[in-house]
Design a protein around this ligand. Sequence first.
Ligand SMILES: *Cc1c(COP(=O)(O)O)cnc(C)c1O
Length: 399
Amino acid sequence: MVDSIQAVEGRHTSGLYNKQPITLVRGEGAWLWDERGRNYIDCTSGQGVANLGHGRIEIARAIAEQAQRLITCPETFFNDQRAALMEELTALTPGLERVFFCNSGTEAVEAALKFSRYSTGRKQIVATMRGFHGRTMGALSATWNKKYREPFEPLVPGFIHVPYNNLEAMQTAIGEDTAAVILEVVQGEGGVYPATPDYLLGVQALCRERGALLIIDEVQTGFGRTGRMFAYQHYDLQPDLLCVAKSLAGGLPMGAVLMGERVRALSPGLHGSTFGGNPLACAAARATLRILQREDLPAQAARKGTYFMERLRQIRSPLIREVRGLGLMVGVELKQKVAPYLSLMQERGVLALSAGLNVIRFLPPLVIREAQLDRVVETLEEVLALGPDGAEEQGQNGR
Ligand SMILES: *Cc1c(COP(=O)(O)O)cnc(C)c1O
């Protein structure tokens, strides 16, 4: 069974993914199980999707009920689930009243870029170094990592990248032809770097002063992850366009762009999506928002994130350069490559992500228990104590 599943995927995979040698078949809360019945503490949330945790009956029920009523209904017709979601979602984002629904993060970014150019009549987009915004051609043009970009050039013209958390660079970059600045409040893929409040407020002021729009990409930071419903809500910020996806629909694919007053009215046919705003995803998103609020998961993320980072900072290891993050979006930067340590943790039942070569990224479901976080800390401490040699040896044996 084991061999056959991994062999079949191995034979047919696109080859695009660095696969871990584990076959996951079931989840509950922050637990995941492989096909042999071994359990793992999940600090990946499927790349930041499962904020509510795995195996939520309420989500399953909402999906099942809606699937029996109506799955598909493009936005050319009205729909009860979509209307309700529009109301419930925009209630969480004062000042952002209009919504475009799509199916992924990159599609949300793509739409925000198009709406910005259309709205301002300007061409230039200012993005940041280490920023990640997705893989389609427009979103990729805003993404920084050369590894993702270079094989696909030429990309969309008009994009520039400036250092993150550097207001002077923004001051120079935003000009008369700047349609928008696109920013993550905490850079995720780029290495878990939170923006400073002064920087965010400064960029917002520059955008307003110079007629550019501010796109906040909360595909990863949204829906409670950082300790607020949206990360921008930690600060006195009012984005013009807010991109969300990942955990929006409790695990079903869904993305959205929320728009403020500075975004011009959009006319029929200008942009669109066949699956966007489908009743199935909308019903799942409504159940997701209900749970997020009822269980106050943003507050849980704030509390648990503080506890987790405190405990991580108590680890005595010469290998750790820095522990940083916001809420339950946490990075541990090592002085060396993290890949062998991730493998060692995996062998010990803890799944985590990397963010670049040197950063271990923890994105646990917001429902993770303190005892589970304790075990994550203990496991990290244990594998770091093995040191680089132990890690390489054991990591290789383990694979
Ligand atoms: C994951 C991510 C995206 C892309 O989302 P996809 O659904 O994979 O297309 C865009 N922006 C940020 C900040 C992300 O973390």
